[in-house]
Design a protein around this ligand. Structure first.
Ligand SMILES: Cc1cc2nc3c(=O)[nH]c(=O)nc-3n(C[C@H](O)[C@H](O)[C@H](O)COP(=O)(O)OP(=O)(O)OC[C@H]3O[C@@H](n4cnc5c(N)ncnc54)[C@H](O)[C@@H]3O)c2cc1C
Length: 386
């Protein structure tokens, strides 16, 4: 029998999942409430999807695909900066289209390269896009959003094939919010994100998580599934950051996810591609993108590690599939979660939504603030971040 279970130690909190959501709550509860926390993760490591490690070729890479940190929240930066220094980094993405590598999101440079359009100003580019746009009266799907904004040719070139590969659904079958988030620019800004803070943890994500969890009141057990300890561990409260449907034994059915297969490779050359990520929207190429970590990390080395991403129906749950019926199913689980005493559901898998890392940091800090307010209403604001 597991030594952990023999011990029958009591904890104030059992936290399930050592990604951003679980690790931040463990850290806050231990450091601010003096709570004894047991943090378990079924993977053999901390950090959740943001986990990075040095591979056998000596290159720092991200096991679950490239994670680029960007945020507009000062509070999120202030909180994480307790556990890491930062390396300024602005992500750039190129897409392979018609034999060229062009900036994505589409900007004036993209249009000039593809159409030899000689657009000199924002107004020129706006007029060019307007002349190609094909107005759709009732915008319902992802296809409608893009065709309405940039017309069918650019839609076919950049969106249709990519979306079909990513989701195994045609954009005409996907909710409009999937492509509503994708901007089109009339200037020449070729940064992928425009957030006020864009930087990578200087020593990597895993190092940041290690510092976050290095508190004497936090006990970390990796390679331990909640299922194996839920009836054994004595804890006053559970923080659950795993899949919400799994918590309730899939009683209404499975929440659908899209997964990815990562093919990590090390190449014996200093640099593989000119930017961090190159997208391959063509339906003839089986992967969606290739990322090269040295751009992100600034590491100097004679070789380089890259990752091919192949979308897949099978595997770890990465992207909730954005369709109305799936949201309805989630709502049924959410109602059960709301009725469940003694468990707080937090994080991307428990809320069945795609969130960026900074949003999960914000969600975890807000969850802690609410827990703190219940305990000590007057002092709540003071300790939420510090
Ligand atoms: C391919 C990809 C690229 C991404 N790129 C970016 C990016 O560039 N920038 C960005 O801001 N965000 C990015 N994200 C999003 C980012 O990964 C998430 O915002 C973040 O990981 C969410 O943290 P979390 O703690 O909610 O979940 P997770 O990191 O998934 O952590 C949940 C943890 O719970 C564990 N767990 C689940 N069930 C159990 C159980 N029963 N028992 C024990 N442990 C359990 C899991 O093993 C996991 O480690 C990306 C996501 C993907 C999939």
């Amino acid at each position: 029998m597991n030594a952990l279970l023999n011990a029958r130690k009591r904890y104030d909190y059992l936290v399930v999942g050592a990604g951003f959501a679980g690790s931040i709550l463990a850290e806050r509860l231990a450091s601010q409430h003096g709570a004894a926390v047991l943090l378990v993760d079924r993977r053999p490591h901390i950090g959740g999807n943001a986990y990075d490690e040095v591979n056998s070729d000596g290159i720092l890479y991200h096991k679950y695909g490239p994670h680029i940190f960007h945020t507009n929240s000062e509070q999120v930066v202030e909180y994480l900066s307790q556990f890491t220094e930062w390396r300024p980094y602005e992500h750039r993405v190129l897409a392979q289209a018609r034999g060229q590598l062009v900036p994505i999101p589409i900007n004036r440079t993209t249009l000039n390269m593809l159409f030899d359009a000689k657009l000199e100003t924002d107004e020129d580019a706006a007029a060019f896009l307007a002349s190609r746009a094909e107005p759709v009266e009732d915008i319902r799907t992802s296809e409608d959003v893009v065709v309405n904004a940039v017309g069918r040719e650019l839609y076919e070139l950049f969106f249709r094939g990519y979306t079909r590969k990513q989701w195994d659904l045609d954009p005409s079958e996907l909710d409009k919010q999937v492509t509503s988030r994708i901007p089109t620019r009339t200037n020449t800004d070729d940064r992928y994100f425009t957030d006020s803070f864009q930087a990578m943890p200087r020593d990597g994500y895993t190092a940041m998580f290690k510092r976050m969890l290095a508190h004497p009141l936090i006990e970390v057990r990796t390679g331990v599934d909640f299922r194996d300890v839920r009836d054994e561990v004595e804890a006053d409260h559970i923080i659950y950051t795993g899949p919400i449907d799994e918590y309730f034994d899939f009683r209404f059915g499975k929440l659908p996810y899209r997964s990815l297969k990562f093919d990590h490779r090390t190449i014996e050359q200093e640099q593989f591609q000119p930017v961090g990520t190159v997208n391959y929207p063509s339906p003839d190429v089986p992967y969606t993108r290739i990322s090269e970590y040295k751009h992100l990390t600034g590491q100097q080395a004679p070789r380089t590690t890259i990752t091919y991403e192949y979308p897949s129906a099978e595997g770890d749950p990465y992207y909730p599939i954005p369709r109305e019926e799936n949201q309805q199913l989630f709502k049924r689980y959410e109602a059960l979660a709301d009725e469940t005493e003694g468990v707080t559901f937090v994080g991307r898998l428990a809320t069945y939504r795609y969130y960026n890392m900074d949003q999960i940091v914000g969600q975890a800090l807000a969850t802690f603030r609410r827990m703190h307010e219940k305990r000590e209403p007057a002092k709540a604001a003071a300790v939420a971040v510090a």
